[in-house]
Design a protein around this ligand. Structure first.
Ligand code: HEC
Length: 194
């Protein structure tokens, strides 16, 4: 019993001692410089200004060029067909599922500039702190047709975009991302020959 009491006293004075040390700044852990987690002052953040995904999407959308939309050929996506030979526009000319595909080229372009449709083209990545990093292709128009269908879900019609159409989608997104990154939104577009 006596032993147990003196152990408790010892523990209590040790705790008091470390509190005193900490209060005087003597604790080496407390006097070490704090890790900089402020997104506005850390070096990473200076290279990559913190920007929310939504702001980046809005910025990207307003940088999209209808000339690139037409010349890349992505505007023809509305007439791609699912495995039942139904064209995308049969369901998507009213922006169903937030995927705007229509023979009305200007309407489809404008809808794809903004949420939700813009996310069928691009999506955001985050850095190791979870802050928005940049935009990358989301490939939704290509991958939707081969997405697995989970039991109990209503399945999207299966489709496989022809290679030419896949290239049009990829080219449009790549060109638009380049323009957005280099702030070169309104440059004339000369499609590459390959
Ligand atoms: C028979 C109607 C129908 C047809 C045809 C159709 N879709 Fe859809 N699509 C839908 C519906 C309903 C949704 C919303 C539910 C969902 O996501 O499955 C959707 C959603 C989508 C989405 C957004 C959702 C996501 O997961 O990214 C994309 C992209 C898409 N469709 C692409 C296409 C393309 C490209 C075609 C033509 C090759 C096409 N769809 C043909 C009905 C259709």
């Amino acid at each position: 019993m006596q032993d147990r009491l003196s152990q408790l006293r010892l523990a209590a004075s040790a705790a008091l001692l470390s509190m005193l040390l900490a209060a005087c700044g003597g604790d080496p852990e407390l006097s070490a410089p704090p890790i900089d987690t402020d997104p506005y002052t850390s070096t990473d953040a200076q290279e990559e200004p913190t920007e929310t995904l939504q702001a980046a999407l809005a910025d990207f959308g307003s940088c999209m060029s209808i000339e690139v939309w037409v010349k890349s050929g992505i505007y023809k996506l509305y007439k791609a067909e699912d495995l039942q030979n139904t064209q995308c526009q049969a369901c998507h000319s009213d922006n169903t599922g937030g995927a705007a595909l229509s023979e009305d080229v200007v309407w489809a372009f404008k809808k794809n500039q903004v949420l939700p449709s813009v996310m069928r083209l691009v999506t955001g990545t985050v850095d190791d702190r979870g802050n928005f990093k940049t935009l990358v292709p989301s490939n939704r128009y290509i991958d939707k047709g081969i997405d697995p269908c989970l039991p109990g879900e209503s399945c999207h019609p299966k489709y496989s975009l022809p290679a030419v159409m896949q290239r049009s989608v990829a080219t449009f997104v790549e060109e638009s991302l380049n323009r957005w990154k280099s702030d070169n939104c309104h440059a004339p577009y000369v499609p590459s020959e390959d």
